[in-house]
Each structure stands twice: as C-alpha cells, then as structure tokens.
Design a protein around this ligand. Structure first.
Ligand code: IMP
Ligand code: MG
Length: 369
C-alpha cells in the first residue's frame, strides 16, 4: 500500500506484466507497419515511461518525439481548454503512431485528431498502454490497446496523482475506501471498553460499531437482518456469523466516509476474525490492530460489583457470576489474541488508572499505526 498526498493506493499491475504487455504491442505494431519507418509521438507528461520502454523494445528503426497537453483557462471562467502543443516537425506523408499512457474519457484523443487534421500524414494510428472502456465517451478507433482496466484512478509508471507517483515502476490503484484506522477493541467485562471507545471515536473521528448495539438496533427496527437474527434467538440458537457480518457490513456501508471503525464485541472466534478480514478486504481496507485493555481480575471484580450497586444489572451483582464472565472472556479471546498477534496486530494496553491516563496509553498505540 502507498499513500500519495491524502489518498491510499494498492498495488495493481506489476512491472513484469507491464513489460510483457509493451513487448506484445511493439511486436504487433512492427508487424503491421512492416518496412515503414514510423514517427512515434508520446503525449507528455504521462507517457514518458511508456514511450521510453516501448521504443527500446521496438525491433525496427523508428523516430520518436513528444507533444504536450497544456491546459488553458477558457473564455468562460468555468471552462478549461486542453491544447496539445509542441508539434513542430513536418509530418506530411509519414506514418504517425500516437503513444498514450492512458485513454480515459477520450478528450485528449479528440485534441489529437484536431491537431492532425491538416498535417497530411499518411496514416495516424493510436496506441495506448491502458484503456478504461467504461469511461470512454468518444468513438475514435483505438488501433492498439495494451490493457483494458476498470474505471478506477491509477498511478505509477508515468501516471500521477497531483504530481506524485509518476516515478513508480508499477501501477497502483486508488483504494475504493479510505478507512485509515480500523481497530478491534477488546477487554474483559469491566475493563472500560465503552468509556474508552467513546473518547477514541471523538479523538480520531472513528465510527464505533458495537455488535450488541447493532443487534438491538436491527431487532428493534425489524430490519430484514434483525428479523432473521431474532428467528434464531427465539429458537435458542446462535445467530450464524454471516447474519452478523451482513449487519456489520450495513453499518460500514452507512459510514462510507468515515476515517475508520472501532469494532467492539466482534469478532469473538477465529472464524469471525477471518470473516471480518474478508469484509474489510472487499472494501480495499483492513483491520489495523486489536487493542486489548488489560486489567487484573481482582480490580475487574471490584469495579463490576461497584457498578452493580447502581446499574441494576443482575450480572454485575454476584461475584461468582462476575468471575465466571471473566474466565469465559479469557477462554474465548485467547485464540483471537493469537490470531492478531500472528499478524503483528495485537496491542495490549494497561487498563488500570484514571480514564485520561488510559486514553493516553491507547492513543499512543493508535498514533503508531
Ligand atoms: P482522457 O483525455 O480523459 O482520455 O484522459 C487522458 C489523460 O487523463 C491521461 O493522459 C492522464 O493524464 C489523465 N488520466 C486519466 N485517467 C487517469 C488515471 O487513472 N490516473 C492518472 N491520470 C489519468
Ligand atoms: Mg497522458
């Protein structure tokens, strides 16, 4: 993964695949042109790397030159006019092959045809390394297309995002979601997870997804997923992971513009952790860390008994029930600790102290991500 300015990009096309593609194009074009000595014209800036590699692979004599796309402000302040400049050579009677790095809307190509209208060339051929068919709005023929790619923004191999990325030897694609920080927050009952999640979501502009809250919301509002979940609960059965994942997916979708998420109450099993990884992966995103609040058992028991005095929660009133819940927690979450530790994503944080101190410790870990 790379970051350019404010955006994240993921690896998309390897150097070797680009090379093979250019090899193929050079071969195909040289076969078509047989003994003709073509003039290859690259369109700057984006095509510099492609043209350089292409002519090295071109097996026959050729000429190479460049023109540049310049942007002027139009007569009306709202319209931008793009003009190709730098065509100074007499090309009458020549076979010209335009080498483009990428054809997107086809506007640049329109400009190519405009400037060649009166050049009296023998033939004008268009070759592009990358082509986005879904974005193409013109009907000029493209004689040689290296690779068709989806309509997503790419960088590298000459292509830039606001000036950066042209130097990269391979192609990267813009991530479809830009969640920077996704955390699984863990902690035994009484560790202060809810309290800390509230501070962290403010501080880092994250969305807190508590599985318990999501369940209650879906059931209360009788959503399709809520009704489905309830049908299992009414039978006394566990809600299948896929139903929970679908609910989480809906929450993530609802907050597509978020900086990231704090998952709380999920995953609880290895299978769920894998399902969550898959969900994030589908969104070009990832879980960055499992952060676990670590609190000594005796302190937890004391905290929960204290809370039980005022909260009215029955499970906070009885010491042996509390101890059981804590034991259960460690039994169940040990595997998850292993799961995330194996990916170097487990961070244990001392959960004893006052609230600010603990927030501070958590922030230190998050800032490092
Ligand atoms: P068109 O005129 O819309 O066909 O776009 C061609 C020009 O837009 C290219 O020469 C690039 O400069 C730029 N462009 C189009 N798509 C991308 C992309 O995915 N990444 C970087 N630049 C792009
Ligand atoms: Mg270009």
């Amino acid at each position: 993964m790379i970051k350019l300015h404010d955006l994240e990009f993921k690896p998309f096309i390897e150097q070797s695949a680009i090379e093979a593609c250019i090899e193929r194009m050079a071969h195909e074009i040289s076969m078509d042109l047989s003994d003709e000595v073509p003039v290859f014209i690259g369109i700057l800036n984006g095509s510099f790397m492609f043209v350089s590699d292409f002519v090295k692979k071109y097996p026959k004599p050729c000429e190479v030159t460049f023109i540049k796309l310049a942007s002027y402000e139009g007569l009306k302040s709202t319209e931008d006019i793009h003009r190709l400049i730098g065509l100074t050579q007499d090309l009458s009677g020549r076979t010209v092959v335009i080498l483009e790095d990428i054809i997107d809307s086809g506007n640049t190509l329109g400009e190519v045809y405009r400037i060649f209208k009166n050049e009296n060339v023998k033939a004008l051929k268009i070759a592009t390394l990358f082509f986005k068919p879904e974005a193409y709005k013109k009907d000029y023929k493209l004689h040689y297309v290296g690779m068709e790619i989806p309509n997503k923004f790419i960088v590298g191999y000459g292509l830039d995002y606001d000036g950066l990325g042209r130097d990269l030897p391979e192609i990267y694609q813009l991530k479809s979601t830009q969640h920077m920080t996704n955390i699984v927050l863990f902690g035994p009952p009484g560790a202060g997870k809810g309290t800390q999640a509230n501070y962290l979501k403010e501080k880092y502009n994250l969305v807190h997804i508590s599985t318990g809250d999501v369940f209650r919301f879906n059931i209360k509002n009788e959503t399709a997923l809520g009704m489905l979940a309830k049908s299992y609960m009414d039978k006394g059965e566990l809600v299948p992971d896929q139903v929970t994942i679908d609910m989480l997916n809906a929450e993530v979708e609802k907050n597509a513009g978020a900086n990231g998420f704090i998952f709380d109450g999920f995953p609880r099993t290895n299978a769920q952790a894998e399902a969550l990884d898959n969900l994030m992966n589908e969104k070009d995103s990832q879980i960055d860390a499992m952060i676990a609040l670590e609190v000594n058992d005796e302190i937890l028991v004391k905290r929960l008994l204290e809370r039980g005095k005022t909260s009215g929660r029955k499970d906070d009133a009885d010491e042996s029930i509390i101890r059981n819940r804590i034991t259960e927690y460690y039994k169940k979450t040990a595997v998850l600790k292993e799961y995330y530790a194996a990916q170097n994503k487990y961070y244990g944080v001392d959960g004893v102290g006052n609230i600010d101190e603990i927030t501070e410790r958590l922030s230190k870990e998050i800032d490092k991500l």
